[in-house]
Design a protein around this ligand. Structure first.
Ligand code: SF4
Length: 316
């Protein structure tokens, strides 16, 4: 059995930045540092940071008054910032700049009198944060059936925005369906599906014709990781999401000749290497990494801020 390693794979710039924020906060201020929601959707990352002193909470009321609190990479609705201000929390906002871009698009288009049609998955942290920017003006579209049910007045101004981590194929299908029913719908100047999601899906598309099994390293709640498995299965190639090496079922490898491994944007490379190690022990020969350029995307770190009655005041 031959092994192929997709490239690019693994950590994106937004995930690197969010994890670094928690690490730096722990280094500079010590434990406990509170983190609202999983900082990124990966069980190994969350477990390591928890061991190092991060306290993961679902909502801000679980953090004591004045606590140092980090907001996750997926973005948060405005009421979270309002509560942080009310409770005098010291806040570091680790929202990925590419999610913030979508939040700004919502605000801009709503100011201009548009209705927002947001393509995304209900309940995902990013979608909760983006819909929260303008809930009365935003309609969530998850499926083609939602497009069928949608009603828009002729000439009503509306724009199609998307979650950053969707399948390019599914999104294109939904956008086409929307625009075939409502030809006047607009799109943002630059696509919302982020560079990391696109690059990882394109990398899988490049190799999927040469393999008969794809394993994607990522946690079950990682949207972009799940989408990678769908890229393969929608092209008739078996694919499984594995959180780590122990998830691999040896039966998956029976009668396979070429196996590829990729990983979602929140999956650490150490876990990818553990998965490769396990696959080699199950009979996969040496892995060859696909030759592709490095992404070289870096986002600058956010500042520690305290939300005060007068607004956001930098205190570091
Ligand atoms: S997957 Fe994209 S949007 Fe999400 S954190 Fe990474 S770069 Fe940002």
């Amino acid at each position: 059995m031959q092994g192929l390693l997709a490239k690019p794979r693994g950590f994106c710039a937004g995930v690197e930045r969010a994890i670094r924020v928690v690490e730096l906060a722990l280094e500079q201020y010590g434990s406990p540092v509170y983190v609202r929601k999983e900082i990124v959707h990966n069980s190994h990352v969350v477990a390591r940071l928890r061991r190092e002193g991060a306290v993961f909470i679902d909502e801000l009321h679980e953090a004591p008054e004045g606590a140092l609190t980090i907001l996750s990479a997926h973005g948060s609705p405005p009421e979270v910032y309002a509560e942080a201000k009310r409770r005098g929390l010291r806040v570091i906002d680790a929202t990925c700049p590419l999610v913030t871009k979508v939040h700004k698009e919502v605000a801009l288009f709503v100011r201009r009198g548009y209705r927002i049609l947001l393509i995304g998955h209900a309940g995902h942290d990013e979608v909760v944060g983006t819909m929260g920017q303008a809930p009365r003006h935003t309609t969530l579209i998850e499926t083609l059936a939602d497009v069928e049910r949608l009603s828009i007045e002729p000439g009503e101004k509306a724009v199609i925005l998307t979650q950053t981590t969707l399948s390019q194929d599914d999104t294109r299908e939904i956008v086409d369906a929307l625009r075939s029913r409502f030809q006047w719908l607009e799109l943002p100047p630059k696509e919302d599906i982020c560079y990391a999601t696109q690059n990882r899906q394109n990398a899988v598309k490049e190799i999927v014709g040469d393999i008969d099994l794809l394993l994607v390293v990522g946690s079950a709640n990682s949207s972009n990781s799940r989408r990678l498995t769908e890229v393969a299965t929608s092209r008739g190639v078996a694919s499984y999401l594995v959180d780590g090496p122990d998830d691999i079922d040896p039966a998956w490898l029976q009668s396979r000749s070429r196996i590829a491994v990729s990983s979602g944007a929140s999956a650490p490379e150490t876990i990818v290497q553990d998965v490769i190690h396990r696959l080699r022990s199950l009979g996969v020969d040496a892995f060859i990494e696909v030759d592709a350029p490095d992404e070289n995307v870096v986002f600058s770190l956010p500042r520690l801020t305290q939300l005060t009655k007068g607004g956001v005041t930098a205190i570091e």
